[in-house]
Write a protein that binds this ligand. Structure first.
Ligand code: HEM
Ligand code: SF4
Ligand code: SF4
Length: 445
């Protein structure tokens, strides 16, 4: 027996799995550069949220056409991957259709369903691609949608079309080989789609059919392993991250903002009579971690969840489409906020790989990527959070960066400074002294 194909296959499988593992480890490290935040509470509600939004695709179907097409691609891709398991086992052991022997007629049912799903995925991806190339959908455009994000979206769809085509052509050649009882091709499977193609293959000799079947087999599996390694560099990484991302998404009401620990401590020092103001401040302890800033200037100041959001973003533009600031021509695009966080996390990650954890490049997310003009255009309405199908929270990033501008740099728009002054002097946002507060009541008298 010739073991060369098995050896090549095993080397390929191990190498691509290791390279994928290394890249995923780096993304995990980049996510954990962020500030610690507990998102593991209320597990029951989290599982419910994940079942509804990620597995059940509840927000995707708000747009019926792209939602339905996506459900076909999503379900098809997940189920067809059972076939990949068989291909991997066949590749390692040098067998052919190993599941056929012990699954019997269930195998026919499985292959038949895979074929129908493969055709569905293929057609859905063709429609997705046509929609993108026709440039008629506004949300696929925007200042952040430069050449790479656009090519990325097209590459993914073209690869999926090619993979599904190879799968169907492979089955067609296999079925033809089965019908002429070629050596090594056991009679197994039901081919409702490739059966149509198979009749066209009747003109080929057995040797040509074997070349077609083997080429498609290798193309399919090399394509999948290559695709696996492309995922972490692409918006398509959402196919893995969407599930944990939705699981860890915020459970509190959308309008409820988190309190910053750094601010709470400061207020306690000022207001709580039980706090000893003469206790050694943590800054005086050389081993203590640096005090957290008020708000966020760079990746390390954001919650780890905001960085995970950025790696899960599918760049679909639903958030930007629904953003009132964007609709009224302001510079703000919540999708850009997400993409900027990811690009900056990647940049920092590369810097750490090159020069170690303490390295700095004198750049930051605030100003170098996201400008105050974008941040102050936000009305904190939460429309972007509501529309995101993977439950991303661009507003959390915006608010953290704004907090930094206000509390660390005293840089707020003039209107806000007037309001802050009123709160400080009058205990209310209005320009009236506290003593005049009940004047309205005396008028009513
Ligand atoms: C696990 C298998 C999955 C596969 C194979 C998959 C596949 C795809 C494909 C091919 C696209 C590109 C569509 C286009 O360019 O217009 C896409 C986009 C998208 N996916 Fe997934 N996906 C999966 C899981 C998920 C999950 C669990 C979610 C969460 C709800 C999700 C949310 C999205 C969103 C929001 C888009 C952008 C859609 C748009 O632009 O209208 N995907 N996905
Ligand atoms: S919260 Fe801000 S970024 Fe999000 S939709 Fe509203 S205005 Fe736009
Ligand atoms: S944040 Fe959500 S809605 Fe916005 S582009 Fe990314 S995936 Fe789409």
């Amino acid at each position: 027996m010739n073991f060369l194909p098995n050896i090549i296959f095993i080397v390929l499988l191990v190498t691509t799995s290791v390279v994928f593992g290394i890249r995923v480890k780096k993304i995990r490290r980049n996510i954990l550069l962020g500030r610690d935040e507990n998102r593991s509470d209320r597990k029951g509600e989290r599982f419910e949220q994940m079942f509804k939004v990620a597995i059940g695709q509840s927000k995707m179907t708000r747009k019926p056409l792209s939602g339905a097409l996506h459900v076909i691609v999503y379900v098809g891709f997940v189920i067809i991957n059972i076939e990949v398991l068989e291909i991997v086992i066949d590749g390692v052991l040098g067998t052919h259709r190993i599941f056929a022997d012990f699954l019997g007629s269930i195998y026919d049912l499985l292959i038949g369903s895979f074929e129908i799903l493969a055709l569905g995925v293929l057609l859905a991806c063709v429609v997705f691609l046509a929609r993108r190339l026709s440039k008629r959908i506004k949300r696929f455009d925007g200042i952040e949608m430069t050449a790479w994000p656009k090519s990325d979206a097209n590459i993914i769809l073209i690869v999926e079309i090619a993979l599904m085509t190879a799968f169907l052509v492979m089955n067609a050649a296999d079925e033809q080989l089965q019908s002429i009882h070629a050596e090594g091709y056991i009679t197994a499977g039901f081919y409702p789609i490739s059966g149509w193609l198979s009749s066209l293959m009747g003109m080929f000799e057995a040797s040509t059919l074997i070349v077609i079947e083997r080429s498609c087999w290798w193309f399919h599996i090399i394509g999948i392993l290559g695709f696996l390694n492309y995922l972490p560099f692409s918006k398509h990484f959402h196919i893995l991250l969407a599930f944990p991302n939705v699981f860890y998404a915020k459970l509190t009401p959308k309008g409820q903002f988190n309190n910053l620990e750094s601010v709470r401590k400061e207020v306690e020092l000022m207001m709580d009579p039980n706090v000893d103001p003469y206790a050694t401040p943590p800054e005086a302890d050389p081993n203590a971690a640096l005090p957290a800033p008020f708000g966020a200037k760079d990746i390390q100041d954001l919650s780890w969840k905001s960085i995970m959001d950025s790696y899960t973003c599918t760049e679909c533009g639903r958030c930007t489409e629904d953003c009132p600031a964007n609709q009224t021509g302001k510079l703000l695009s919540p999708r850009k906020i997400m993409m900027d966080v990811r690009d900056r996390a990647e940049e920092l990650g590369r810097l750490i790989d090159k020069s170690g954890k303490e390295a700095t490049d004198n750049k930051s997310l605030l100003n170098d990527y996201i400008t105050p003009e974008e941040l102050w255009a936000c009305t904190s309405c939460n429309a972007c959070v509501d529309s995101c199908p993977v439950n991303n929270d661009p507003l959390a990033v915006i608010v953290d960066l704004r907090r930094y501008l206000v509390m660390e740099q005293s840089q707020a728009p003039n209107e806000l400074n007037i309001m802050f002054g009123n709160v400080e002097n009058n205990g209310a946002p209005w320009a009236f002294p506290a003593a005049d507060r009940f004047n309205w009541a005396s008028e009513e008298d």
